[in-house]
Design a protein around this ligand. Sequence first.
Ligand code: CA
Ligand code: CA
Length: 156
Amino acid sequence: MMPRSFIVLLVAVGCCARAMMLVDGGDGIIETAAIDRDGLEVELNNAAKKSGRDFEVLPLCYSPTAAIVLGVGRDGKPGRKNKDDNRNGVIDDRGELGAVGSDDRCAGPLDDGYDLMLNDPNSFAISTGTYVVCQAGKTPDRYLSDRWGWFVADPD
Ligand SMILES: [Ca+2]
Ligand SMILES: [Ca+2]
């Protein structure tokens, strides 16, 4: 059993380390509070160049018509492959799509395999309205970096 003073010391060191990360901004994390819409993409691209790593920053715009699709997953069958998930007497019928415990998944236009899911007759759109890569001339609402995640652009 560890002495109480050692545990207190570990907690104190952890708190200090976390505080330093927050003050420092962490490893390459960009502070976006003061960056306006026009400056955000420039800052992200500058940070990408500065890091010396190859990663992508996507400018994204909201599309009210872009579909979110529910698909069959890696097993290629609705629900769990070779199981009658909805107990209707038919194995792997379309009504099993999204069954609990299955590998079925939702995807949007930015996800891998989205186009295949769109064209799969077993898949279907469960909603519309999501972010897509902006068309030329459109002003991005947000950006997605494969290193840092999402950045929301200040609307002003
Ligand atoms: Ca499945
Ligand atoms: Ca079934």
